[in-house]
Design a protein around this ligand. Structure first.
Ligand code: UD1
Length: 420
């Protein structure tokens, strides 16, 4: 398995271009299962998770063309040849569950092994199941498999107990071909949901209200092919914003949507970083003022994103003063705290709260990338730690960042990828 060796690198400076959003493209690719026409998706990030989703689509009879010179994927599914997604693929990516809604809507049946993915908590699928049951599906969970069947889905009022991103997307996709109108209340409001709704509407769906907590889907009889460009990745944007702040550098981040990263901008400015919305992108500087502590509480969008929590923890380890981080979205998302503490951060975790004392000089150590964003946080911490940091299990990072080390190296980072 590959590792990153990261050396103390000084201030990162220069320009970087953000790739398309991982969390937008995965449900969009799954949604192509709803159409008999050709779908051309552009601005696709080159990621392990995208490769897995393409394999899943191929395993169901799709013809999938990956054009990585142009970051474009074309999918055509004349006929869905199987209603089962095998465990070998599902165990590699939790987002495999996104095919459940589209498959059920198109073929009346979906059999999916229970998903794997990052180790950040139980990550149940009860809200996906509850929503699809409300639309009339029969759902059985047995022996690590979820089986959903329905003759014809029927529009209904679905109330989500928690605004789950995945459940909102799965239910929204299934409802596009249901008979009648579906309302999703307490829906997730993430920009990736808006992107999926825009894609589905281009395919002929009738969705209103995506981006609010109340989404209305009027069912149609069929969907057609379309072209769509994926939105920029707001978490990759945030990652480079932290890279600028933690290294006390100056980075111009291109191809990003400042509106999607408002809580990240606000928190970085509270810490003393300078963030300017320039014509070409967002410029983040950590070299103007002294950086200080701030408190963070993760929330569903538009609150502070849980996917930025580990990255902020790395930054807060390097500033003046103590910070508290409260994680409200996932129940077990502090595994990186122990790894950062191995580098000298001395973080104390109690339940869903982590106290970061700050100002401890970080030192290079052997650490493990426990999940995707934790891995990215350790790389950024390694850039400012004295000596060398060896990060193993970097396949997590490669699941979700396109050319991560290459982009950082272009900004002055000293990173080497070695095969173990
Ligand atoms: C998505 C993102 C992930 C991000 C997360 C929260 C993708 C591919 N992944 O994950 O990067 O961290 O949103 O912003 O888009 N829950 C239930 N029952 C369910 C579903 C979820 O209890 O049926 C719980 C989860 O355990 C978790 C919380 O709801 O505690 C949020 O999960 P959810 O919003 O569904 O996250 P994902 O869609 O898995």
């Amino acid at each position: 398995m590959a590792k990153f060796i990261v050396e103390q690198s000084g201030a990162l400076r220069g320009e970087v271009e953000v790739s398309g959003s991982k969390n937008a493209v995965l449900p969009i690719l799954a949604a192509t299962l709803l159409s008999e026409g050709i779908c051309e998706i552009s601005d696709v990030p080159r990621l392990r998770d995208v490769e897995v989703m393409c394999k899943i689509l191929r395993s169901m009879g799709a013809s999938v063309t990956e054009d990585w010179d142009n970051h474009t994927i074309t999918v055509e599914i004349d006929k869905v040849t199987t209603d089962e997604v095998p465990y070998e693929l599902v165990k590699r990516m939790r987002a495999s569950i996104f095919v459940m809604g589209p498959l059920l809507a198109r073929t009346g049946k979906a059999r999916i092994a229970l998903p794997g993915g990052c180790s950040i908590g139980d990550r149940p699928i009860d809200l996906h199941n509850k929503g699809l049951r409300t639309l009339g599906a029969k759902i059985d969970m047995d022996m690590g498999l979820v089986e959903a069947t329905s003759k014809k889905l029927k529009g209904a009022l679905v109330y989500l107990d928690f605004p789950s991103v995945g459940a909102t997307e799965n239910i929204m996709m299934a409802a596009t071909l249901a008979e009648g109108t579906t309302m999703i209340e307490n829906a997730a409001e993430e920009p990736e949901i808006v992107d999926l709704a825009n894609f589905l509407n281009k395919m002929g769906a009738k969705i209103k209200g995506a981006g609010t907590d109340n989404i209305r889907i009027e069912g149609v009889t069929c969907l057609h092919g379309t072209k769509h460009a994926v939105i920029p990745d707001r978490i990759e944007t945030g990652t480079f914003m932290i890279a600028a702040a933690i290294t006390r550098g100056d980075i111009l981040i291109k191809n990003c949507v400042p509106d999607h990263v408002k809580p990240i901008i606000a928190k970085l400015m509270e810490c003393g970083a300078t963030v300017n919305d320039e014509v070409e992108g967002l410029r983040v500087r950590g070299d103007i003022k002294k950086l200080i502590a701030t408190d963070i509480k993760t929330m569903p969008y538009p609150g502070f994103p849980t996917d930025m929590q580990a990255l902020f923890m790395a930054l807060l380890s390097t500033v003046d003063g103590a910070s508290a981080i409260i994680e409200t979205v996932f129940e077990n998302r502090f595994m990186h705290a122990a790894e950062l503490s191995r580098m000298g951060a001395n973080i104390k975790v109690d339940g869903r709260t982590a106290i970061v004392p700050g100002k401890n000089p970080l030192v290079g150590a052997q650490v493990i990338s426990t999940d995707l964003r934790a891995g990215a946080a350790l790389v950024l911490a390694g850039l400012v730690a004295k000596g060398k940091t060896e990060i193993s299990e970097i396949y997590h990072i490669e699941r979700g960042y396109d050319s991560f080390s290459e982009k950082l190296i272009s900004l002055g980072a000293k990173i080497t990828r070695v095969e173990d």
